[in-house]
Write a protein that binds this ligand. Structure first.
Ligand code: KE4
Length: 435
């Protein structure tokens, strides 16, 4: 990957750090989404993060619109999260035995997410999605699962087909190492296509264990579901006895305190969660109807386990984060700040006659460089990714850190101020002029 001209200027410490990391870690990163594969150049190595800011090794400070890919809705080092985790550290970091913090966070999640009656914690969103899928198959006794092109549910073998996020960015939607047998029961449909879903159920309805989707998608860039699509999902899964699984790892506690399902008024059977519920620590969760969740071992026969599931320090971070979100909901202010970004970015593109689509729900948004309405993976892929890469680096050089791919959602941070948003809009106007 040739170093971008941007990164050789003024960021030599990141360059050196990346060169060292590449000798030690595949691709120099512990997750491909961070490798800047979609924008070229060298990933910036972060020295520290506070509130709405990231600071790289070379001392440059950026407004952080990636927020660790979603978790940091309150901003970095939120005092209440720091206080809670510091206290937890001194009580021991991992027990391998139950503790009350797990029930406390479970109670907060159940109180917040409308359809979750019981919940099990994992250590990542991938584990949550994988376990939800196994549970659907175990509960129904069926094998076929349905996902949608452009939706990403973590690196679950049976779901790494037309995955979104970095798999899409890196142009390898079907990963090597996934045996054909593993995905033979995975059907991939088009997002927002109710007819295709109806046709599948007509043909295989009695074999479908579950249908999994991002209820508001972020991993092909931000894509919203049509009411017709959502109605078909719920009606067809009900009619045929399949489980409807909402992957809210990204949207949970992000779009409202009750997630996308509360915003939309939807009633999935199982929900996968992650990111914000860990407040920056490794936490995933899956939950839903009590009759379904009671099939999870040791209450039921469906196996799932994890050494660090329910980790007491991670639980403390999640409890502090959700308690703060409940006591001081940031959603109205995030809506206002994000609406200003949408207005400013679209005005800048219009002024320069640059084809664009700005998709947004609350504080999740994507500026697509295409003139085509973006409603699914195919239309997302009409975007000019080279233009996005130039925009990304131009914004970075103006102190704004965006997601390093056209096919991701940006996250407005709760610690951002009106002045931060005004600066971001100014940076966009200058950057768009260079495209
Ligand atoms: P994790 O295993 O990365 O915690 O969660 C997987 C996952 C599941 N479901 C949804 C809807 C997700 O967005 C994710 C992870 N999101 C990506 C970015 N879009 C994480 C970034 C990365 O892989 O480094």
């Amino acid at each position: 990957m040739p170093p971008s001209p941007y990164t050789t200027v003024g960021r030599p410490k990141s360059l050196a750090a990346f060169e060292r990391a590449q000798r030690l870690i595949p691709g120099g990163v512990n997750s491909p989404a961070r490798a800047f594969g979609g924008v070229g150049g060298t990933p910036l190595f972060i020295a520290n993060a506070h509130a709405q800011f990231l600071e790289d090794l070379d001392g440059h400070r950026y407004l952080d619109f990636i927020g660790s890919w979603g978790p940091m809705i309150l901003g970095h080092c939120h005092p209440k999260v720091v206080e809670a985790t510091t206290a937890a550290l001194h009580r021991g970091t991992s027990y391998g035995a139950p503790c009350e913090a797990e029930s406390e966070l479970a109670a907060l999640v159940i109180d917040a997410v409308p359809t979750v009656e019981m919940v099990r914690f994992t250590s990542s969103g991938t584990e949550a999605a994988m376990s939800a899928l196994r549970l659907a198959r175990g509960f129904t006794g069926r094998d076929v699962v349905v996902k949608f092109a452009g939706c990403y549910h973590g690196h679950v073998d049976s779901l790494l087909v037309s995955a979104g996020s970095s798999a899409l960015t890196l142009g390898v939607p079907n990963s090597p190492g996934v045996p054909a047998d593993t995905v033979k029961d995975t059907v991939v449909l088009r997002y927002n296509d109710p007819q295709q879903l109806a046709d599948l159920f007509a043909a295989k309805g009695d074999r479908i264990a579950g249908v999994m989707l991002e209820p508001i998608a972020g991993n092909m860039g931000l894509v919203t579901p049509t009411p017709e699509f959502r109605k078909a999902l719920r009606d067809l899964t009900h009619k045929h006895g399949a489980l409807l699984i909402y992957d809210e790892v990204m949207t949970g506690f992000r779009l409202s305190y009750g997630g996308a399902q509360q915003l939309l008024g939807d009633t999935p059977d199982v929900t996968a969660l992650g990111k914000i519920i860990g407040g920056g620590y490794p936490v995933g969760a899956y939950g839903g109807r009590a009759d379904v969740m009671k099939r999870v071992m040791p209450a039921g026969p469906v196996f799932q386990a994890g050494t660090l599931s329910g980790n007491p320090v991670a639980m403390a971070a999640g409890i502090a984060t959700l308690t703060e979100l409940k006591a001081n909901p940031p959603y109205e202010r995030l809506e206002k700040l994000s609406a200003k970004i949408e207005a400013g970015f679209t005005a800048a593109c219009r002024e320069r006659n640059i084809p664009h689509r700005f998709n947004r729900v609350g504080s999740m948004w994507t500026l697509f460089f295409t003139g085509t309405p973006v409603t699914d993976l195919d239309t997302a892929k009409t975007s000019d990714t080279d233009r996005f890469a130039r925009f990304f680096w131009a914004m970075m050089d103006r102190g704004v850190y965006l997601p390093c791919s056209q096919f991701e959602a940006a996250f407005t941070c709760g610690a951002m101020t009106d002045a931060d948003i005004d600066a971001t809009v100014r940076a966009a106007a200058e950057s768009v002029a260079l495209l």
